[in-house]
Design a protein around this ligand. Structure first.
Ligand SMILES: NC(=O)c1ccc[n+]([C@@H]2O[C@H](COP(=O)([O-])OP(=O)(O)OC[C@H]3O[C@@H](n4cnc5c(N)ncnc54)[C@H](O)[C@@H]3O)[C@@H](O)[C@H]2O)c1
Ligand SMILES: O=C(O)[C@H](O)COP(=O)(O)O
Length: 528
């Protein structure tokens, strides 16, 4: 049987030698196809290998009736419709480590070029102007670099910036004080970073949460004369807001490798002399291209020879027999992870998952991974799945422990998730009720009975007469319909909680008003 592979973006020829050496493969390289031509060509291929340029849309996937694996020779998978790929049973693999170094080096090259106005000076010289006055730069030494997104590339950039004698302050939802100390950087909230940085560089994926993370308000809190870099993804910085901030003089320099639309169509930013740019070249080195092509080719070969892959972005690796028994708990596990993450406003350091009842006699590792997926997806987005969740948690320094006991306190099975942060331990327990689906039955030490889906509000309050009524009245006035309400308390007149299920997410202003009500200690929205 022949395995047909289409490579639709330029890949290093040296890097695809694992494909060339494999038996039974037919490799087609067509790197100039329009989306329409690609859609016409895709049927009949077993594998598609891309970089960031090919848009692997749902429409394309629906036309690809033989497609089994998509290889992304690079990190970002935002050009691939992962939901559609998963839905159609197509494995997506990427090459997460292969271009880290090149992207970090490019970021430093951009920072230094921007600080010393090298592209502008070169441009003038090319035009035969010997101008030494217009291009006075600033030193990096003793300046503060703010790194937003402290993953593989963010950390490599920080290490290089320290080599330039810069101070580094970073923000990442997974960065703890201990880890920051170990890596020799300061850390704080995203606002802390933006307020003190002389240079800001972003290294997050493009997610719903990071879209326009650097916007008008973010620019307002930055130092006057700040310089800003985006070598991660177009869209993390709001380009209109950046244009205004540069025009007003607030931002003294911007270095961009990536854009909201690629290939670029709106060149307005480049009219500004303070802006320098490259056309998405962060990973464009011989070394990185060879490395990502080798990684992704090896995974494609491994897939069609053994059925296994190393860097899956969407493949649940669960043995069939185990899957059948524990499958009903997959969704509950994931929701418990997301529920607790929404509840906690601090970085997870340790996670313990306790399985009680019949589950204690089974291999529940896939459930733990699913819970971690629920926990991590808020910040890592689509790249986290059942296969890579534990790896990613460990990479973030989170210690994960499973515990089992056959005693389940009245439930056939009970899954309790406990998350330890610098602020203490929070926990939630859930079960499947016979015929009635999933329930969260305990939050911290409060007994509840909550269906873990939709929009929830977790309200901490003092157990006093009239509080529940006031909450109901206010939400009514705000046109928020309460579907269900659960109340739990420690002792009469002591601390208590309300878990409300509401029909639509509450506006920030409604949450603020709720939080200001008498006897209310705090309100946390949870979206499952
Ligand atoms: N310009 C290029 O050619 C090029 C090359 C390689 C990678 N990239 C892009 O760089 C980005 C980072 O790549 P990586 O390999 O370091 O990924 P990574 O997954 O190792 O790191 C991303 C980090 O962002 C953090 N994060 C998520 N949401 C956040 C938020 N709201 N605020 C702050 N941090 C947040 C995550 O916790 C994670 O630690 C990706 O978007 C990738 O596609 C661009
Ligand atoms: O996410 C990535 O790996 C980079 O953006 C590189 O993209 P490229 O493969 O198109 O150079």
């Amino acid at each position: 049987m022949t395995f047909h592979i289409l490579i639709s973006d330029p890949l290093s020829e040296d890097g695809i030698y694992p494909l060339r050496q494999a038996n039974g493969v037919n490799i087609v390289m067509e790197t100039n196809l329009t989306p329409e031509q690609l859609a016409d060509r895709i049927d009949g291929f077993d594998a598609l290998i891309v970089r960031s340029q090919t848009q692997v849309t749902r429409e394309l996937i629906e036309k690809a009736s033989n497609l089994k694996i998509i290889g992304r020779a690079g990190v970002g998978v935002d050009n691939i419709d992962l939901e559609a790929a998963t839905e159609y049973g197509i494995i997506v693999v990427n090459a997460p480590d292969g271009n880290t170094n090149s992207a970090a080096e490019h970021t430093m090259a951009m920072i230094m070029s921007m600080a010393r106005k090298i592209p502008q000076a070169f441009h003038a010289l090319r035009n035969q102007q010997w101008d030494r006055k217009s291009f006075v730069g600033v030193e990096l030494k003793n300046k503060t670099l703010g790194v937003v997104g402290f993953g593989r590339i963010g950390q490599e950039v920080a290490a290089r910036a320290k080599g330039q004698r810069m101070n580094v302050i970073a923000y990442d939802p997974f960065l703890t004080a201990e880890r920051a100390e170990k890596l020799g950087v300061d850390f704080g909230s995203v606002e802390d970073v933006l307020k003190v940085a002389d240079f800001v560089t972003v290294h997050t994926p493009l997610l719903k949460e990071t879209k326009h993370l650097i916007n008008k308000q973010a620019f307002e809190i930055m130092k006057d004369g700040v310089q800003i870099v985006n070598c991660a993804r177009g869209g993390i910085i709001d380009e209109n807001a950046l244009y205004d901030a540069v025009k007003s003089g607030k931002v003294a320099g911007a270095a961009l490798d990536v854009f909201e639309q690629e290939p670029m169509v709106d060149f307005r930013l480049l009219d500004l002399p303070e802006v320098i740019a490259t056309p998405h070249l962060g990973a464009s080195t011989f070394e990185a291209q060879e490395s990502v092509a080798v990684d992704v080719s090896m995974d494609v070969v491994s897939y069609f020879t053994t059925g296994t892959v190393r860097n899956s972005v969407n493949l649940p690796s669960v043995p069939k027999e185990i899957m059948k028994k524990i499958e009903p708990y997959f969704d509950l596990s994931e929701r418990l992870g997301t529920f607790l993450t929404d509840l906690i406003d601090a970085t997870a350091e340790e996670v313990t998952v306790r399985y009680a009842g019949e589950l204690a006699n089974m291999d529940v590792r896939p459930l733990t991974r699913n819970m971690l997926k629920g926990m991590l997806k808020r910040h890592l987005g689509k790249q986290v799945n059942n296969v890579n969740a534990l790896y990613l948690a460990n990479q973030k320094g989170i210690v994960v422990t499973e515990q089992k006991t056959t005693e389940s306190k009245g439930f056939t099975n009970l899954i309790t998730v406990e998350i330890k942060t610098a602020e203490g331990i929070r926990k939630a327990a859930g079960t499947l009720l016979n015929g009635q689906g999933a329930r969260i039955v305990k939050v911290d030490d409060y007994l509840v009975d909550v269906v873990p889906e939709g929009h929830l509000l977790y309200v901490r309050h003092n157990d006093r007469p009239g509080v529940i009524g006031r909450v109901g009245t206010l939400l009514g006035q705000e046109n928020v319909n309460i579907a269900t309400m659960q109340v739990g308390r420690s002792i009469v007149g002591g601390d208590a909680i309300m878990m409300l299920s509401i029909d639509k997410p509450a506006e920030t202003s409604s949450l603020e008003q709720l939080g200001n009500l008498e006897e209310i200690q705090g309100v946390t929205p949870i979206n499952l």
